[in-house]
Design a protein. Structure first.
Length: 122
């Protein structure tokens, strides 16, 4: 369980992965909601995209915008879990992005957290 307001807590292994080659990317990772993204950003010192804003329910970025950023190599990882299912709803943008990532990329576990390498061949 995370800290204040359900924020995430990174592990040393995940923090190291987020920091590795972070300079090559606009975003070291993306996660649903700022509560989820915040702990990873604070631990790693690297930019983590908060999909859907504070609680994952804002329609930003859109699925098409997210796919374009992934295609351009701007985002290294997608961190699984987060708040999209609770707040974004089944038809929300964050749920669409999560569904696309999980059906397109292979999950791996780093330090007990499920991540998807968005730079891997889909």
């Amino acid at each position: 369980m995370g800290g204040l307001l359900g924020g995430s807590t990174s592990t040393p292994a995940l923090t190291a992965a987020l920091q590795a080659d972070a300079g090559k990317y606009t975003w070291a990772a993306a996660a649903i909601g700022s509560n989820t993204a915040s702990g990873y950003q604070l631990a790693s010192g690297e930019p983590i995209m908060a999909i859907g804003g504070f609680n994952g329910s804002d329609p930003a970025p859109t699925l098409a915008e997210f796919q374009a950023m992934v295609a351009a190599g701007q985002i290294h990882y997608f961190i699984g879990g987060g708040e999209g299912g609770r707040f974004g709803g089944d038809s929300g943008t964050s749920s669409q992005i999560t569904s696309w990532v999980t059906s397109t990329y292979t999950p791996t576990t780093i330090g007990g957290t499920t991540v998807y390498d968005l730079t891997a061949t889909a």
